[in-house]
Design a protein around this ligand. Structure first.
Ligand code: PLA
Length: 410
């Protein structure tokens, strides 16, 4: 007999709000105006505003087809060749933590999945510890810690008066947190502000983290994308490793290899002994098994092929410089258009000082809404725009929209 249901058993399920970042792309797709521009999600586009598959990725995929590789399950920790190269790329192949086997690396479902696994690990093994996140930060960090039931609080980071780093506030808040907290740090190209500490400031941040017995937890989603150099963008992580910290690093290949939908990344835990590393790795695997069993192979093979082959690796670096260079060019053009067109004398130089994919414009929610409602420019409501989705030819239009929204909306 068929079950007849008049009232849904799911009646109590309320409608979830759209995601603050991915929801912007949904709204963009629904807009039919020709002028529309999607500066919401951080996804690299060409000057023609088309998605971009890197040439090295196509070459690596061709290699994979030629080799006729199979589709059997990977081990829980992922593809061994991937895990090896991803740790080397991050820490440097000659780093003592690698030589001494002190890094527990397991393949994750890109940056997000790797962060989520690490959060589950923190919850299980440090149930009383708290996470510290920057204010502001990538919005999903809060969701990740909430869902993993890791309590978190914010440390000051952005100073709207200087449109720069609130360094003293940051240090004071890290100092005031309970000893042994996990301090989430953006390895480079801070999202959403595009403001990174200087090398001297990183040293001082390391001092206070050390003094407080905190555990650094790096989110590295933009290695190579901030400066165009993989090594320069690993500066902060390598500095902390050099100073002898045990730490966590989540990695993502969404942006630097353009592998967004392949969901490829890793979680690395640097331990003070190889023995601890082995045990940590075993527990990360234990956490992963009931969540997703084992990770997908396609992206892992691409990364292993590109990073593991000297020719492809060099070609990748050139393509990355090209992408980072295009973003720097639109950043420069946008700054010039803003400065030339805005007659109020406002200083727009902060646009040039920020690095990475984004510019944090300082536009508040009502102004950001105006950008979308009047100008069909889609962006997150915190005033962040993705320069990776902007072309040189659209800079002038964007500058007009920003100037209008900034001066005419309270
Ligand atoms: N960490 C930071 C700081 C990020 O900005 C992002 C992506 C991730 C991790 C995770 O990316 P992944 O899971 O694809 O590896 N941030 C994007 C996209 C680019 C997003 O929100 O999912 C953004 O627009 O902020």
């Amino acid at each position: 007999m068929a079950v007849s249901v008049n009232v849904s058993r799911f009646e109590g399920v309320t409608m979830a709000p759209p995601d603050p970042i991915l929801g912007v792309s949904e709204a963009f797709r629904a807009d039919t105006n020709d002028l529309k521009l999607n500066l919401g999600v951080g996804a690299y586009r060409t000057e023609e505003l088309q998605p971009y598959v890197l040439n090295v990725v196509k070459k690596a995929e061709k290699l994979m087809l030629e080799r006729g590789e199979n589709k059997e399950y990977l081990p829980i920790e992922g593809l061994a060749a991937f895990n090896k190269v991803t740790a080397e790329l991050l820490f440097g192949a000659d780093n003592s933590v690698i030589q001494e086997g002190r890094v527990a690396t397991i393949q994750g479902l890109s940056g997000t999945g790797s962060l989520r696994l690490a959060a589950a690990f923190i919850h299980r093994y440090f149930p009383d510890a708290k996470a510290l996140i920057s204010s502001p930060t990538w919005g999903n960090h809060k969701n990740i810690f909430n869902d993993a039931r890791v309590p978190w609080s914010e440390y000051r980071y952005y100073d709207p008066r200087t449109v720069g780093l609130d360094f003293d506030g940051m240090v004071a808040d890290i100092k005031a947190a309970p000893d042994g907290s996990f301090v989430l740090l953006h390895g480079c190209a801070h999202n959403p502000t595009g403001i990174d500490p200087t090398p001297e400031q990183w040293e001082k941040i390391a001092d206070v983290i050390q003094e407080k017995n905190h555990i650094p937890f790096f989110d590295v989603a933009y290695q190579g994308f901030a400066s165009g150099s993989l090594d320069a963008d690993a500066y902060s992580v390598r500095l902390f490793v050099r100073r002898g910290f045990e730490l966590l690093v989540a990695q993502s290949y969404s942006k630097n290899l353009g592998l967004y939908a392949e969901r490829i990344g890793a979680i690395n835990v640097v331990c003070s002994s190889s023995d601890a590393g082995t045990r940590v790795k075993s527990q990360l695997k234990r956490l992963a098994r009931p969540m997703y069993s084992n990770p997908p192979v396609h992206g892992a093979r691409i990364v292993a092929n590109v990073v593991g082959d000297p020719n492809l690796f060099n070609e990748w670096k050139q393509e990355m410089e090209l992408m980072a260079g295009r973003i720097k060019n639109v950043r420069q053009r946008l700054y010039e258009n803003l400065s030339e067109k805005d007659k109020s004398g406002k200083d727009w130089s902060f646009v040039l000082k920020q690095i990475g994919m984004f510019s944090y414009t300082g536009l508040h929610k009502a102004q950001s809404d105006h950008m979308t409602d009047k100008w069909h420019i889609y962006m997150t409501k915190d005033g962040r725009i993705s320069l990776a989705g902007l072309s040189l030819s659209k800079c002038e239009y964007l500058a007009d929209a920003i100037i209008d929204s900034f001066h005419n909306v309270d």
